[in-house]
Write a protein that binds this ligand. Structure first.
Ligand SMILES: [Fe+2]
Ligand SMILES: [Fe+2]
Length: 470
């Protein structure tokens, strides 16, 4: 099961050739996908040979093959983690019953909506990152960007497979819509706000892959627990790809911090204006970018109090990330204390699961912050990077639109508006970061605002020519 059939038009390990109708439907969608990639994917790099990894097996060990590929020739396909024999539902009211190989009628529309919402984020991020190739800080980074892009394209395939295979005509229509909505489009935007935010610089890309791809990790982990077994299996394999995206974010920000500290040492000052004049990102500006992308990503978990999250858990559709680490998998008796602008409330735990997820996500986000702060501390500086409060700048849930500062303290609307550009990037911060975005494509060379990575890809040297531009 785990080997992937590359002889077919659509590489897969689910024997789509055994279902003619499904195969035909997917083969009809394929040219539409390729057209979308050509129009909305990385701009102007179709002829470049990119050192990309491709899945050859869904086993944990050595699943990837590396080699120079032109992106439009990438073998996007359908790869599910191997089935677990006699798998049982691990949570909710149907706990212990066999998992579903087909969609139960009563959950059909909810499951379809969950899959479409997840699927919509995948091409959206490719669209957001479309122009970044032109301002890459190095060839190494350019290759990583394209690796992420082709894998997000494959994640779209993962969700489209589920829609085609399990949701009939509705599913096929949704698959078309996934190519018709576009990030930031005035008439047909992507479903979730974060995925409509413009992304014009690499500092945003690193923050996005740190915070927003990490939301992706949490969503995929909760779907990996799902009673709908094909969804669980497809998400389990997606998670192995997702790890690289967060690696790009975490190491990208580390390299920015490292370079900034070098500049601060060279000039003997932490004055942001002087750091900027040396062509590096001052730490207060980095903090603003973290605040922006973290707060935007926090909304992706949904409202703190949600009857949908309760229903999705009780039915078995969506679990908690790493469900087995918890003791109680039914949660009918448990409650949780939540702080809302009206004060503390005790709500049924089932209704607070979005918040449970958000809290464990924030803990995961802290790991990088600790690493960066250790670097800053070792360099002898008092400045510390922090995560904004989960109440800051929210658009969903009880804190939506409530003026609070980055520590979560309620303030007046006037104060909020007056100070907002001290907390998130102002137009002039963005213009400054934009001014640093000069393309560097000599192998091994780095833009002045970022330190080199510690090592290259797949044990190759940092100065390997990861992208051959023609
Ligand atoms: Fe993805
Ligand atoms: Fe991702």
């Amino acid at each position: 099961m785990s080997s992937i059939n590359y002889a077919e038009k659509i590489p897969n390990n689910v024997n789509i050739g055994g279902d003619r109708t499904l195969q035909r439907a997917l083969e009809q969608w394929q040219p539409n996908f390729l057209q979308w990639w050509g129009e909305m994917g990385p701009s102007d790099f179709a002829m470049a040979d990119v050192y990309l990894r491709t899945a050859i097996s869904v086993d944990a060990q050595g699943w990837a093959h590396y080699g120079a590929t032109k992106m439009p020739d990438y073998r996007w396909g359908i790869f599910l983690a191997d089935a677990v024999s006699d798998r049982r539902i691990g949570f909710g009211d149907a706990m212990g019953q066999p998992v579903w190989q087909q969609v139960p009628g009563e959950y059909r529309s909810t499951l379809r909506r969950l899959i479409v919402t997840q699927g919509d984020t995948e091409p959206a991020s490719v669209e957001q990152q479309r122009m970044l190739g032109h301002t890459c800080p190095s060839m190494y980074d350019l290759r990583n960007l394209f690796q992420i892009n082709v894998e997000e394209g494959r994640h779209l395939w993962a969700m489209v497979y589920l829609l085609h295979a399990y949701f009939g005509r509705d599913g096929r229509e949704e698959a078309e819509e996934l190519l018709a909505r576009h990030s930031g489009d005035a008439d047909k935007p992507r479903i979730l706000t974060t995925f409509n935010e413009p992304m014009q610089d690499w500092l945003s890309l690193f923050c996005f892959t740190y915070f927003t791809d990490r939301d992706g990790k949490y969503q995929l982990k909760s779907f990996a627990e799902s009673a709908f077994d094909p969804l669980s299996r497809t998400c389990r394999f997606m998670l192995t790809e997702e790890a690289h995206h967060m690696f790009v974010g975490e190491t990208g920000i580390s390299r920015v911090v490292k370079r900034t500290l070098e500049v601060m040492k060279e000039i003997g000052s932490d004055d942001p204006a002087r750091v900027r004049s040396q062509g590096a990102v001052d730490l207060p500006t980095l903090q603003k970018y973290l605040n922006f992308w973290c707060s935007s990503s926090l909304d992706l978990f949904g409202s703190e109090i949600s009857s949908n999250s309760a229903a999705n858990f009780a039915s078995g559709m969506k679990g908690r990330p790493d469900e087995t680490q918890y003791e109680d998998h039914v949660l009918r008796e448990k409650t949780m204390k939540l702080v809302t602008p009206e004060g503390e409330q005790e709500v049924p735990m089932l209704n607070a699961l979005n918040e449970v997820m958000r809290e464990s996500y924030l803990k995961d986000c802290e790991i990088g912050l600790k690493r960066w702060n250790r670097m800053i501390e070792r360099a002898g500086h008092a400045f510390r990077l922090t995560l904004p409060s989960s109440r800051f700048r929210r658009s969903i849930g009880p804190w939506a639109g409530v003026p609070v500062d980055t520590t979560g303290k309620m303030i007046t609307k006037e104060e909020f508006e007056k100070h907002l550009t001290e907390w998130i990037p102002s137009a002039s911060d963005r213009a400054f970061v934009q001014s640093l975005m000069q393309r560097v494509i000599e192998p091994g060379k780095m833009a002045g605002w970022i330190a080199p990575p510690e090592r290259g890809i797949n044990n190759l040297a940092i100065d390997y020519e990861y992208v051959k531009l023609h």
